[in-house]
Design a protein around this ligand. Structure first.
Ligand SMILES: [Zn+2]
Length: 289
């Protein structure tokens, strides 16, 4: 295990330093098939005054800024939006919006809608929709995408659309219009397009039905989108679990699961909230393929 972790850490650093991942073989043989493009969108920037809420006992009282990413994935069979970030409404608030008893201040520098528009994409064009989990900084604009099919784990569905959503820290006002959307309720891993190119992995722990996404890019190689299975690199390398996670035990098991996927697939881990890493990645309108 220690060896695996060490190797994964090396892979992470190497991949961040150079986006050309040498070990990745192309998966889809035919041009035009599989994943064609992945656009990384800036879906917010969130400041905390005390990062130790995410790393118990470590860096107590230290501030940190989190990136908040969304991902637009153009596949031969449809357009998938993964994550819907912080609500575009916050773009109009000059000081951002402070939530969680002052723990986190959310900012939106550029709306998700305008970033999609620049790519010639309207919300109604999104055919497939998924979120790592239903916290407000991941589903802030969910209600824009009512024509897409929603992919969600059963445990997350039962929490988000059940009577105890607020108790679990979810705000249905962000996503209640998805209640009537076409939905695929999952209990485990799922191959979205049936060709192995985009795979949802069940990674519970941060929330009851948290999930991560593997995207096979022909030139870039496979990338694994963490969601909040881990929040930043130091937590990944030291297997630190935020105190407020739904389950510490499941969180650790899910990190081990992600490490095994990275090993097996020679994939690169993109940690949603790790701003130093996110800053090294090109953003829309540029793209990965
Ligand atoms: Zn979260």
């Amino acid at each position: 295990m220690a060896r695996n972790r060490h190797q994964t850490a090396i892979r992470f650093c190497a991949a961040v330093l150079s986006m050309a991942w040498l070990g990745a073989a192309p998966v889809q043989a035919d041009d035009g098939q599989g994943v064609q493009r992945l656009y990384l969108l800036n879906c917010g920037e969130n400041d905390t005054k005390d990062v130790s809420a995410w790393s118990p006992g470590v860096d107590v009282g230290q501030p940190r800024t989190f990136s908040d990413s969304c991902y637009l994935i153009r596949h031969a069979k449809g357009l998938l939006l993964w994550e819907a970030g912080v609500s575009d409404a916050i773009a109009a608030m000059p000081d951002g919006l402070t939530v969680g008893n002052g723990m986190l201040t959310l900012h939106v520098r550029k709306t998700l809608r305008s970033q999609l528009q620049e790519l010639g994409v309207s919300p109604a064009d999104i055919t497939h929709l998924g979120f790592s989990h239903f916290h407000g900084d991941h589903v802030g604009n969910a209600n824009l995408f009512t024509s897409a099919k929603l992919y969600i784990q059963k445990a997350e569905y039962d929490t988000a659309f059940g009577p105890d959503a607020a108790k679990s820290g979810f705000n249905p006002a962000f996503y209640n219009r998805l209640r009537d959307s076409p939905v695929e309720v999952l209990e485990g891993d799922h191959d979205i397009f049936g060709d192995g190119s985009v795979i949802i992995y069940s990674t519970p722990g941060h929330t009851a039905g948290h999930q991560s996404l593997l995207v096979r890019l022909r030139k870039t190689g496979p990338v694994l989108l963490s969601g909040d299975a881990v929040h930043f690199r130091e937590n990944w390398e030291n297997r630190r679990v935020p105190a407020r996670n739904f389950s510490q035990e499941q969180s650790l098991a899910s990190m081990d699961k992600l490490a095994a996927i990275l090993e097996r697939e020679h994939a690169t881990l993109w940690i949603n909230h790790d701003k130093p890493q996110t800053d090294t990645l090109r953003h829309a309108p540029e793209y990965f393929e």
